[in-house]
Design a protein around this ligand. Structure first.
Ligand SMILES: *Cc1c(COP(=O)(O)O)cnc(C)c1O
Length: 407
């Protein structure tokens, strides 16, 4: 085990279970909690990092997400999986800010990541973890973007990759994954069905499962979203972040980033309120938040064009609910029509050809302004989590709505 230790940096302490609190070290490959099989979370000696790394020193590792290497698990000299992930712009949306009547409105534009979505952040870390632990084969169920990111990093860093996707996944994803050498199986049903099919196709001793929250590194990649937004806001975070929530890695990752940044003394002011947006056809988080529930009951008959949000039973249910509640946030459901209008409006007003999930965040902000839950004084960040170019079916429907409105 000894040589593997050198893959990790000294301030990385190992993992803690998000439910039972059990801890384990990183000397052996980990997936979920060895005691209760719930999600593991990486822990750091933040006091040590605060002493050794001033926030002004971050730039020495580059402008991508490895800028935040001081708060990521890997040792400075470890050759991580790097394809240009992260370091995406926070773009002002002045026309929409004026129209919606908010003080500031920004878009975290994630389309520029490798394979065109923010899933690259998590998979860059997971594939680095596979390299650190000597795992040579990855497997995951995917609604599209996670599979494409996994396939690309696996191709570039010499790992095998096996993916199950719902049968109606947009073809662009399947073409991309197969081009990168992944073995892709199409499965009838939703992401949950793809997850069940994977169990037989990829036994865990041979295939390391990198599904959402089934291993602890993807969360570390997603937390860099929080670090970037705070740094890009001059270390004073915005008041509200509106996030399209499927499995919840980004939401939970940003919450983790804000907690860490507070402990590091890197963040001025309060953590932003985190708003989880889901499509009305698959809104298990919205239902649980509205009911004040402790867990998230599976959504039956999940349907939406936003394939990244068709997650009927998010595994990290408690972490997602805590991220929303402890930041004073909320959860909002949007209809498919509102989402398509959001896509059209982002393109027409700001030149952003968003994915449906991105359109959903604008639709949610419209609701929150109408209800007064977001005030005119607020500084708000929306998310475009991936390029719209892989969602031509959704864009055909968006175009039809535009034409009908002008007819
Ligand atoms: C996966 C995905 C989401 C949801 O992300 P989570 O962090 O898992 O909640 C949102 N948008 C797109 C485009 C996605 O691919």
């Amino acid at each position: 085990m000894a040589p593997q230790g050198s893959a990790f940096q000294p301030a990385f302490l190992g993992f803690e279970c998000s439910v039972c609190g059990a801890t384990c070290d990183a000397t052996a490959p980990r997936s979920t909690c060895p005691a209760c099989a719930r999600p593991l979370v990486a822990r750091f000696d933040l006091a040590r990092i605060a002493r050794e790394v001033p926030r002004e020193a971050l730039g020495r590792f580059g402008a991508d997400l490895w800028r935040y290497r001081a708060v990521l698990p890997f040792a400075p000299a470890f050759p991580v999986a790097r394809l240009g992930e992260g370091g995406t712009p926070l773009l002002p949306l002045p026309r929409l800010a004026e129209e919606l009547g908010v003080r500031e409105l920004w878009l975290k534009e994630e389309a520029g990541n490798p394979t065109g979505s923010f899933k690259a952040r998590g998979l860059a870390l997971a594939v680095s973890g596979a390299l650190a632990w000597g795992r040579t084969a990855l497997a995951l169920p995917s609604a599209g973007n996670a599979g494409s990111a996994a396939a690309a990093y696996a191709a570039a860093f010499g790992l095998r990759c096996r993916i199950t996707v719902p049968q109606d996944t947009p073809e662009a994803f399947v073409l991309e994954q197969r081009a990168c050498g992944a073995e892709v199986t199409l499965v009838p049903g939703t992401l949950s069905d793809a997850g069940r099919a994977l169990a037989a196709l990829a036994p865990p001793d041979a295939w390391w499962n990198v599904a959402t929250f089934r291993e602890p590194f993807r969360l570390e990649g997603k937390k860099t979203l929080g670090y970037e937004i705070v740094e890009q806001s001059g270390w004073r975070p915005p008041d509200v972040i509106v996030y399209p929530t499927g499995g919840g890695t980004g939401l939970v990752g940003m919450w983790k980033a804000f907690e860490e940044m507070r402990a590091l003394g890197w963040m001025e002011g309060e953590a932003p309120r985190l708003v989880a947006v889901q499509p009305a056809g698959c809104a298990p988080v919205v239902r649980a938040v509205a009911a004040g529930a402790d867990g998230i009951a599976p959504w039956e008959d999940a349907r939406t064009l936003a394939s990244g949000l068709r997650v009927p039973a998010p595994f990290a249910e408690r972490l997602i609910l805590r991220a929303v509640r402890e930041t004073g946030g909320t959860a909002v459901a949007v209809s498919e029509e509102e989402m398509l209008d959001g896509m059209n409006d982002l393109a027409a007003a700001e030149g952003c050809f968003a994915c449906p999930e991105g359109g959903a965040t604008l639709a949610a902000l419209r609701q929150l302004r109408a209800s007064g839950e977001v005030s005119a004084a607020a500084r708000v960040v929306l998310f475009d989590t991936g390029t719209g170019l892989k969602y031509l079916e959704a864009w055909r429907l968006a175009a039809a709505r535009r034409e009908a409105a002008h007819a």
